[in-house]
Design a protein around this ligand. Sequence first.
Ligand code: AMP
Length: 110
Amino acid sequence: MFCRIASKKVPAKIIYEDERVLAFEDINPQAPVHALVIPKKHISTTLDIEDEDHALIGHLFQTGGKIAKEKGIAERGFRLVVNTNPEAGQTVYHVHIHILGGRHMHWPPG
Ligand code: AMP
């Protein structure tokens, strides 16, 4: 599914794009700010990250922080969340970082 968003076959509200990553609004937001950032390269889960992906994954997280700044939630606080496999709630098997903020976050997460 997210490969199809990256290749523009499925529409999304894109908020950032470069040659390696794409960010877009989550279709079912769980907070006032809820965006996703994905690598354009298909990687199913965090367990499938390879040595050659290290720079890409760093760029993915850095992009998450930049989007939080652009959304105006960086100073007050935000979460970058990556779910892996069913018990963690992963439903889309293409690595993605959730950027969540704009409300108080609880800990531990549910
Ligand atoms: P996860 O449960 O961690 O795999 O997260 C998948 C996220 O993708 C959920 O928050 C969904 O709401 C979101 N999602 C699924 N399909 C789309 C889509 N077509 N456009 C935007 N967000 C989506």
